[in-house]
Design a protein around this ligand. Structure first.
Ligand code: PLP
Length: 450
């Protein structure tokens, strides 16, 4: 097996960094200007994380492609970290949005679209009742509040290295087995050890130990972890985990915001999970802000037993714009026409094609890496074997190598997600788009090991 020569990696990275700056003069100019008015020169702090001296400024995007202000074209495998899993601006959604924008955007009153969407979500996920928020973060936060309220328990349980948006309780990690703030946690309101227990994914003994004290309201989980690389559950993990949560009176939130990539009803439907809540945000409105959370009949009854009409607007579940007419119009158009069963039938084989392409590049260059697929998403890791939990996966990360590979791809017209090595297919992605990545990846691997 080849190991990475760090000197060579640094030299190649320097070469790519120079090329990037030389080929993006207009983005460089806009970034220079942005530094005078935007904190850190970006509209949102994680935009600083892109490989390269500055982010590429976008001119326009359509389907699986975008063009930057320098006129360079890209295959977009990042797709707004799943926010644009529908492809950019699908025509049918753009038209529905344009219609709605002319007819009222937000009223604090329902539109018929909300009914259509609720009925469709019920059909997809087999949960009877739905509510809306603006972000997946908020949907998770509201589901957690409800869980705490109806169980009257203080703690939540999360997996080590999970990500569920900016939910305070979930910014906790294990340090030598002790729960504490996760690295980089900015101004935690309290030490998350007060609010949260943390266990490794795929460890049923640890899960039972965490639940045993009967003080955990809810387990907040992605059915497969996707935010520290893709980590699949062991066979039988969810069946046993669900039995444990039920045994100890803990509820389960299945956060399907990323795992929706396995099919129209996410892992909940594909793997026949029976969570108490389902959360789904990001692509549900093709990128128009909106998210949803669904609950079981039992949760619904327990909520209505505890929430009085007079207090329902001041209970901490809110958002003036939540459930607005525009979000719901975008969700309806997306669910009805874009994220359909037929679209998944196209996207999932493309993710397989991506994985096969990467696997052949890995093999040809004798690299000790692996690639893993989850529905329409795929990802490569810098270890020979696949990982079983967040701790293992985080330990195998290689920031320098990752940045080099991302920049190498970007310089050749392929955008990967800036966090780890993730690629996502949308309904407009083509085999040629995937093959461009395969070619670029193989070339990077060859240069690294030459
Ligand atoms: C699984 C999961 N849940 C929730 C979120 C939060 O989404 P948002 O940033 O739109 O609130 C993310 C964001 O990456 C996510 O990956």
């Amino acid at each position: 097996m080849n190991t990475i020569n760090r000197d060579r990696l640094r030299k190649l990275k320097e070469r790519e960094e120079k090329r990037f700056v030389a080929e993006h003069p207009k983005s460089a100019e806009l970034y220079g200007r942005a530094r005078n008015s935007l904190l850190g020169g970006v509209p949102m702090n994680w935009m600083k994380k892109w490989a390269g001296a500055f982010p590429v400024f976008v001119a326009k995007a359509k389907g699986a492609h975008f063009t930057d202000v320098d006129g360079r074209e890209y295959v977009d495998l990042c797709l707004g970290d799943t926010g644009a899993m529908t492809g950019h601006s699908p025509d049918v959604v753009a038209e529905a949005i344009a219609r709605r924008v002319r007819e009222g955007i937000t009223l604090m009153l329902p539109t018929e679209d909300s009914l259509w969407v609720g009925e469709e979500l019920k059909r997809r996920f087999s949960l009877p009742y739905w509510q809306f928020a603006l972000t997946a973060t908020d949907a998770n936060r509201f589901a957690i509040r409800i869980a705490r309220e109806i169980t009257q328990r203080p703690k939540i349980l999360a997996y080590n290295y999970c990500y569920h948006g900016t939910v305070d309780e979930s910014f906790a990690g294990l340090h030598d087995g002790i729960v504490g703030p996760r690295r980089g946690n900015i101004g935690p309101p309290v030490n998350p050890a007060e609010t949260t227990r943390v266990v490794e994914f795929n460890d049923l003994n640890a899960l039972e130990d965490a639940l045993k004290q009967h003080d955990v309201a809810v387990l907040l989980a992605e059915p497969a972890m996707t935010n520290v690389g893709i980590i699949l559950p062991d066979a039988g993990y969810w069946k046993a985990a669900l039995e444990l949560t039920r045994k100890y009176g803990t509820l389960l939130i299945a956060d399907e915001t990323h795992t929706i990539c396995v099919g129209p009803g996410g892992c909940t439907k594909e793997w026949k999970l029976e969570p108490d809540f389902v959360v789904f945000g990001k692509p549900i409105g093709s990128g128009i802000p909106g998210s949803t959370y669904g609950v079981t009949e039992e949760v619904a009854q327990r909520i209505s037993a505890r929430i009085a009409l007079e207090d329902c607007d001041v209970g901490g579940i809110g958002g003036t714009l939540a459930g607005n007419a525009l979000s719901l119009a975008a969700m309806r158009a997306t669910l009805e026409n874009v994220l359909t069963a037929a679209a998944f039938e196209k996207m999932i084989p493309l993710a397989k094609r991506f994985s096969d392409g990467v696997a052949s590049g890995i093999k040809r260059n004798a690299l000790p890496w692996n690639v893993i697929q989850l529905g329409a998403r795929a990802e490569y890791h810098f270890t020979e074997k696949t990982q079983r939990n967040g701790g293992e996966s985080a330990a195998a990360a290689d920031f320098e190598l990752e940045r080099f590979l991302h920049l190498y791809a970007l310089n050749r017209g392929v955008l990967l997600t800036p966090f780890h090595n993730m690629a996502l297919m949308c309904p407009a992605t083509t085999a040629a788009d995937v093959d461009l990545h395969t070619q670029v990846f193989a070339e990077a691997a060859r240069e690294l090991t030459a």
